[in-house]
Design a protein around this ligand. Structure first.
Ligand code: TYD
Ligand code: MG
Length: 454
């Protein structure tokens, strides 16, 4: 039987049995290339026909000590990793070009090298002189990090086998090039081969390998998502270009909690840790204004207070605008629908803008109520009490649902001087003498009391 060749889109990784000019998966032109099938060559039939080595099986109950971790001493970085870097692990750090990945990793490399890890920083994007200049700017010129500028995977692996480092940083995986693979650097096949070789090296030699990956406009690691499956940990470095805040977020972690965040600030001397993000996110808040609401959220394991800002204005368009920054579009649509259907507050003919101040992206479902309060406050032009924080989930029936970790949210709010919390009824946390709770069973009740409508 003739073997059908495999064709892969180098932009999105979709697989086809025949070539075509345009990828149906992502719509890109001229990105489909032929890939050598894995099982080609004579004598390679089913694996089951060959005798392999027998595996050593163990019990589920066997005692396994926790992995020894190396902490960098940058608390924000270590927390996201789950307490420090684990040996024999592969980590992918993704983010938009220019967001600060190289800066973050050079700083982390310097700290980890000082903590005793033999550290190699290999850049395929910058010359060593450029990296040295950055290190000098960051005040890290004396750190015992070894540098190289290279893209040949063969040379890099040879060097790694000879040097046996404890930590290797590859900046970036899209610039690496394996001479065994017949396609251009940055293509799916190349990136996959490079990630495979480097993670195998990590497992084989007990090194920690950190791969930098650029992200496409659609928010994917450029080209192949396959890399995400190959590594133990995937971190995203995100932030708005115009803002100085940067968030390091774990989206997958085999050695620690996922969805943990670390907060940094980009300064003239590199990334500074932000130990108290709430303070920073609320710092620019002016006088109490309609449409501004402080949300007491939880990101990962940590409470974070941020400001939700809404603007509601008559539209000049046939189709009113709905624009969101830092929150989910679909959830905004849902909250607007609930306000219309359950509270009789129409938004037809009105443009709606919602913004999370500071450039943070909120994924916590408890933000529903904060968004609803901001929208109502903007629409009715009534400012909320400035000493109040808001959190709670909204269901489609208009009922308010209690959310986890109320206690932590309230504690953080109290620490920052807030004295009132607007929350769903039935939550576990009670107020104290310094924290007054105003709780509501459904959205209509809140609308009636606070805005005299509904
Ligand atoms: P970089 O780490 O090169 O981004 P990436 O590797 O993700 O592409 O960061 C580049 C940006 O960071 C650049 O616009 C300049 C800025 N920057 C600072 O503001 N302060 C600094 O100390 C450094 C080193 C960079
Ligand atoms: Mg870079």
């Amino acid at each position: 039987m003739a073997k059908s060749p495999a064709f892969t889109c180098t932009a999105c990784g979709a697989v086809y049995t025949k070539w075509s000019g345009r990828c149906e998966g992502c719509g890109a032109w001229n990105t489909i290339v032929e890939e050598a099938p894995l099982s080609s060559g004579p004598g390679k039939q089913s694996l089951g026909n060959k005798r392999g080595a027998a595996l050593t099986l163990t019990d589920l109950s066997a005692k396994e000590p926790p992995p020894p971790r190396t902490a960098s001493g940058m608390a924000e970085f270590d927390r996201v990793l789950g307490g420090g870097l684990v040996p024999a692990s592969a980590t992918l750090v993704g983010g938009d070009p220019g967001i600060g990945k190289s800066t973050l990793l050079l700083q982390a490399a310097a700290r980890l090298a000082e903590a005793g890890l033999k550290t190699l920083y290999i850049s395929g994007e910058e010359a060593t002189a450029q990296i040295r200049m950055r290190a000098a700017r960051l005040g890290l010129a004396e750190a015992p990090v070894r540098l190289a500028s290279a893209t040949s995977l063969r040379d890099i692996l040879t060097t790694l086998e000879a040097e046996r480092p404890g930590l290797v940083i590859i900046d970036s995986i899209q610039t690496m090039w394996a001479d065994t693979v017949d396609s251009a650097p940055g293509s799916v096949a190349q990136v996959r081969a490079a990630a495979h070789e480097l993670t195998s090296f990590a497992k084989r030699r007990g090194a920690a390998v950190i791969l930098v990956g650029h992200v496409t406009k659609e928010g994917q690691i450029a080209g192949p998502r396959v890399v995400e499956h190959m590594v133990d940990t995937v971190l995203y470095f995100e932030g708005e270009r115009g803002h100085q805040f940067r968030i390091l977020r774990s989206v997958k972690n085999r050695f620690g909690p996922a969805d943990e965040i670390g907060v940094f600030e980009m300064t003239g001397r590199g990334l500074a840790e932000v130990a108290n993000p709430s303070q920073l996110f609320l710092a620019g808040r002016g006088a109490p204004a309609a449409g501004s609401v402080v949300f007491a959220g939880i990101e990962g394991t940590r409470p974070v207070l941020v400001e939700f800002q809404a603007l509601v204005a008559p539209t000049s368009l046939a189709q009113p605008r709905r624009a969101v920054v830092g929150w989910d579009n679909a959830r905004l649509a849902m909250v607007l629908a609930v306000l219309e259907a359950r509270c009789a507050i129409p938004f037809a003919g009105l443009d709606v803008y919602l913004n999370v101040a500071g450039g943070l992206r909120i994924a916590d479902p408890a933000a529903d109520l904060a968004a609803a309060a901001a929208l109502l406050s903007a629409r009715e032009d009534i400012a909320l009490p400035p000493e109040a924080v808001v959190f709670g989930e909204i269901s489609l029936s208009g009922a308010l649902r209690p959310v986890p970790q109320s206690e932590n949210r309230l504690k953080e709010a109290q620490k920052l001087g807030f004295t009132t919390a607007i929350v769903p009824s039935g939550g576990k946390a009670g107020g104290g003498k310094d924290m007054k709770l105003r709780d509501y069973g459904d959205l209509a009740a809140l609308v009636g009391e606070m805005f005299g409508a509904g």
